[in-house]
Design a protein around this ligand. Structure first.
Ligand code: 13P
Ligand code: SF4
Length: 329
């Protein structure tokens, strides 16, 4: 039997103390201690997206990041079990890159409006309509859609991926807004699909103008590129969730508004207490299916295991690996 001393919920509180009240943390202590023990027993790691609640993000996860970082880190995992605290496409990507490991998603209902907007047949139809045009697929899609694609991208590397192809025209699916934002940055003609993120499509230019008016212009506004281009135009900077965190870390603005999912500000505020966060957020209901209880249940019961048909997985993996190779150059 291992003699390793496990850290306890009490010891972890300092990692969330700026954004989680002590009384709330106390109600989670039982789940936190169980998760810490189960991770050890199962030889499991928790990969958590930047939109996880702070108690998950700072409290029990081992690796955190945006979609790109989680995909990259998934290739380095040595544990036997990966719990993906995020949404289903992220767990599928982790499984594609770790076919021999057990990948668990705490709640099978953790979908994504972008992933649900497009099918493999939609991609085949786009190829029929635009023969010879390469298909660049946002990672926010099913493995079946990735399998029909030439290369994947995330919001963090979309421009680099498109530029790496050296072509005048691409099919970029399924996010019409990310595609429009990237088209403007690259000058490449982009054929897209009418998908949208249900969280980011709700922000408007008027929201940002109102924030600036509320603080007499003394606020830095960062937007995710899943927002419509007219929203990105109103922002000071647009980037993936990790790029937004990097901006705050490097520039330490006095006051910042992150135009994205609600938990981002909490997670970043814990690390930069001197920065004031304006919180005009929208909640992602799919990300919020991850709770302490659902993560504990996943580790207790070893559910829900993510599986991908081998023929689909082989083709989808190629598209993801091509993306990772672009970043590695
Ligand atoms: P990032 O890759 O920027 O973390 O975005 C993922 C996502 O789902 C944003 O809505
Ligand atoms: Fe999908 Fe939007 Fe939720 Fe991200 S925030 S998982 S893109 S619905």
């Amino acid at each position: 039997m291992s003699t390793t001393t496990l850290i306890t919920a009490d010891q972890l509180f300092r990692k969330v103390d700026h954004v989680v009240p002590a009384v709330e943390w106390a109600t989670m202590a039982d789940d936190v201690n169980a998760i810490l023990r189960l991770k050890h027993e199962r030889n499991a790691v928790i990969l958590a997206h930047n939109y996880m609640r702070p108690e998950i993000f700072h409290g029990v996860s081992d690796i955190v990041g945006d979609s790109l970082a989680l995909a990259r880190e998934a290739t380095e995992v040595e544990a036997d079990v990966i719990v993906l605290a995020g949404v289903h496409f992220m767990a599928e990507t982790a499984k594609l890159l770790n076919p021999s490991k057990t990948v668990l998603i705490p709640d099978l209902r953790s979908g994504c409006s972008l992933a649900e907007s497009i099918t493999a047949e939609d991609v085949r139809e786009l190829r029929r309509q635009h023969p010879g045009v390469p298909v660049v697929t946002y990672v926010n899609t099913s493995a079946a859609v990735k399998a029909e694609s030439d290369i994947c991208c995330t919001s963090g590397n979309a421009v680099r991926v498109i530029e790496s192809l050296g072509v005048p025209e691409v099919i970029m699916i399924p996010d019409q807004f990310l595609a429009a934002n990237v088209a403007r940055q690259t000058g490449v003609k982009v054929i897209t699909h009418p998908g949208a993120c249900e969280v980011h499509e709700r922000f408007t230019p008027a929201d940002i103008r109102q924030i600036r008016a509320d603080y007499a212009g003394d606020v830095t506004v960062l937007a995710h590129p899943e927002c419509p281009p007219e929203v990105v135009d109103e922002a000071d900077y647009a980037g993936s969730t990790a790029q937004m965190i990097g901006f705050v870390a490097d520039r330490r603005p006095k006051r910042v508004a992150l135009i994205t999912e609600c938990s981002m500000s909490d997670n970043v505020a814990q690390e930069y207490p001197e920065v004031e966060f304006v919180r005009p957020c929208n909640m992602c209901p799919h990300m919020k299916r991850n709770t302490m209880a659902s993560i504990r249940h996943a580790l207790e019961t070893m559910t829900h295991e993510v599986t991908i048909d081998a023929a689909v997985a082989d083709r989808a993996r190629l598209a993801v690996e091509r993306m990772l190779a672009v970043g590695a150059k």
